[in-house]
Design a protein around this ligand. Structure first.
Ligand code: SF4
Length: 367
């Protein structure tokens, strides 16, 4: 398989689709017995894949079984959930603990794994050693929406290969730039995208969209450029993808790509709805270097208020992010960082239900 190729498989049997993609790609030629292979799914939180946030274990099981049939014995599934959630819990809830026991592969929680600090252009970035030390790294992202970066797929999934302190720091140094930069350090050999039913508006899931397809590629920029276009964005609108292309991580030029589809496409998306959802909540938030988990809990709370028909009553913006640390004064603060504001919800990140209760009480008292 060449870097300019994308293989797309449509269907309703993830295991059979995975096996078929591996067969079509010819990657067996480059994955040899004796190699250390790392698999990096998206287990951002402890939620079953049916909710649209995490990688389906059936894909990873078919991949593991195929690799083992090819004579690969050293396989590690590595991941780190987002700040505030437990990777161990995510391994269990998402079915990876059972998979590891049944197939004898290793599970590695990158939250507790050794790290190394490396220079990426002008940035010094701390990354986990394990994904750097494998001979072959297979990235297994979910194609889904993201409330801060609009979309997340191959490049952003690598953010699970850094320690929690670094995840928070990324949000203080521009988010897009360090995501692109870390991809110059962490080389993916193969990308198998779970586009079965990702939530196309929110990385935490809850509104899965049945798309019934898997995508296989070797260039994370090309994969993400395709995913961006599929979701109705220009590549340039997803800043970290354009930056990664500029840094030479890969090419997002879809005019030069060979896109080979197999099977009958069934799922459809409403691109206008995706854009509308992201924009609808932004005006209620004053975000300053907020961690993804914190920002996402705010979106979740605002969505619940909208369902209750109360969102338009909210006249003040919600302050969220590390940029509010040490700021004292009036306002509505979300998370420990904004605890200096007169009214706030504590937590790092705060509990989404606590934000909803806080906002309900605030709206009640102010009317
Ligand atoms: S409270 Fe601050 S540090 Fe904690 S998750 Fe929110 S933004 Fe990040």
């Amino acid at each position: 398989m060449q870097a300019h190729q994308l293989l797309i498989q449509h269907g309703d049997n993830p295991a059979a689709m995975t096996r078929r993609l591996l067969e079509r790609s010819g990657v067996r030629q480059e994955i040899k017995p004796g190699m250390k292979v790392g698999l990096k799914p998206n287990l951002v939180m402890a939620k079953p894949a049916s909710e649209g946030a995490t990688t389906h274990v059936s894909i990873v099981r078919a991949l593991v079984e195929t690799l083992q049939e090819w004579g690969i014995t050293d396989i590690t599934i590595m991941e780190s959930a987002w700040v505030g959630d437990s990777t161990r819990k995510a391994f269990k809830v998402c079915g990876y603990e059972a998979l590891a026991q049944e197939t004898n592969v290793k599970l590695l929680d990158l939250k507790t794994a050794p790290t190394v600090t490396l220079q990426a252009g002008s940035l010094k970035l701390k990354v986990c050693k394990a994904p750097l030390e494998v001979d072959y790294l297979i990235n297994l992202p979910v194609m889904k929406g993201h409330c801060q970066t609009r979309m997340t797929c191959a490049l952003k999934n690598m953010k699970g290969c850094i320690p929690d302190t670094e995840k928070s720091r990324y949000h203080t140094i521009g988010l897009h730039e360090p995501i692109a930069a870390v991809n110059t350090l962490l080389k993916q050999n193969l990308i198998l995208v779970d586009a079965l039913n990702g939530d196309l508006t929110y990385e935490g899931g809850g509104s899965p969209v049945p798309l019934n397809r898997l995508i296989l590629g070797k260039d994370p920029v090309l994969v993400d450029a395709w995913a961006a276009r599929f979701m109705g964005y220009q590549m340039e609108e997803i800043e970290h993808v354009a930056l990664a292309a500029a840094k030479g991580v890969g090419s997002g030029d879809l005019t030069q790509a060979e896109i080979l589809q197999e099977g009958k496409a069934t799922g459809k998306i409403d691109q206008k709805a995706i854009r509308g959802d992201a924009a609808a909540f932004k005006r209620y938030i004053d975000e300053r270097s907020a961690c993804s988990a914190c920002y996402a809990t705010v979106i979740h709370a605002l969505r619940q208020l909208e369902h209750q028909g109360k969102l338009t009553q909210l006249k003040e913006t919600l302050a969220v992010g590390q940029g509010f640390q040490g700021i004292l004064g009036p306002g509505l603060g979300i998370g420990t960082c904004a605890a200096g504001l007169e009214q706030h919800v504590d937590g790092c990140p705060p509990d989404p239900e606590a934000i909803v209760a806080f906002l309900e009480a605030y709206l009640r008292d102010s009317h």
